[in-house]
Design a binder for this molecule. Sequence first.
Ligand SMILES: [Zn+2]
Ligand SMILES: [Zn+2]
Length: 372
Amino acid sequence: MPITTRAAVLWGVGEDWKIEEVTLDDPRAGDVLVKMAYAGMCHSDEHAVTGDLPLGLPVIGGHEGSGVVEAVGEGVTSVAVGDHVSMSFIPSCGRCKWCSTGRQYICDEGAKLFDLGMMSDGREAHKIGDQAAFRYAQVGTFSERILVSENSLVRVEPDLPLDVVALVSCGVATGFGSATERAGTKPGDNVAVIGIGGIGINAVQGARAAGAKRVIAIDPIEFKREQAMQFGATHTYSSVEEAMLAVPDLTWGDMCDRVILSTGVVHGDMIDPALNLTSKGGTLVVTGLAPMLESDAQMNLFMFSMMNKEVKGTVFGSTNPRAQIPNLLSMYREGELKLDELITNRYSLDDVNQGYADMREGKNLRGVVEFA
Ligand SMILES: [Zn+2]
Ligand SMILES: [Zn+2]
């Protein structure tokens, strides 16, 4: 029996999210029906609204979330009815070349993330009236119920609060891993994080957890700089230019061994200033999303080679969702990771546009949609 649910849907670039009634197909082989508890309001969904990420439309928004399994299709073995789950917008099949060599974050199933059909069998299983709907990253968490592949779900311990479970499914894992795994922060390093949103604040936490000596947080908004100090930053600046005036003295001429670029939108003209903040032999990690069609980046190529620097991209902080989501939650349980403090505001599904307005104004570290 197909069921209907309410979801926040984008019909066109530059428009508001609209609440629609969506019909979901029954779960078939490999599919899971989840009753949502919380959805995180990540900047990446905003990229669909601005058109920086051109998506098929209409699309059900949201890719961070948590919930409880309500029904499973044939052959589903990794979760059962009643299990608490975290979404993972990065799917992991466990069998492709990348999964089987410890790199679930670049699983081949990721190629289907923006398909109209289900990841399992390609059928169109989400309908608004007669029209088939896309789901952001094959999850579409701004919905009271979601029908997803089991590849996109990670089972979590049932006593963990589901609001923090929602956060580790994207922003926390991506930011934390950017500092620990991709940048490879070591004890004693100087680390700079440029852009303190849902990603950057967790890069600050990751750098601190990895033993950085100085964690330099850069953001134009005072609230974000204050929050960064609460999450482990040692110094804050309002711009890269301001940091460039102070960091040479602060680091005794060393500059920053690791720099993480996690602004809301990345542009090519941000690369050279970030590399100037990076030490000789240092690493710049680009975590934030640039507009999909932007292909120019400015950097001084002479200094790049002669100063032996590297620039790396990352998705999901270059960590494996099936290992890292439970790992981060156990760090939270032991008091080693701040998650409750990340949630600035809570919204109902009907207030999702207000949540994004607050994000744009810099009021939120993270807003969450709370389902009744
Ligand atoms: Zn995200
Ligand atoms: Zn795979």
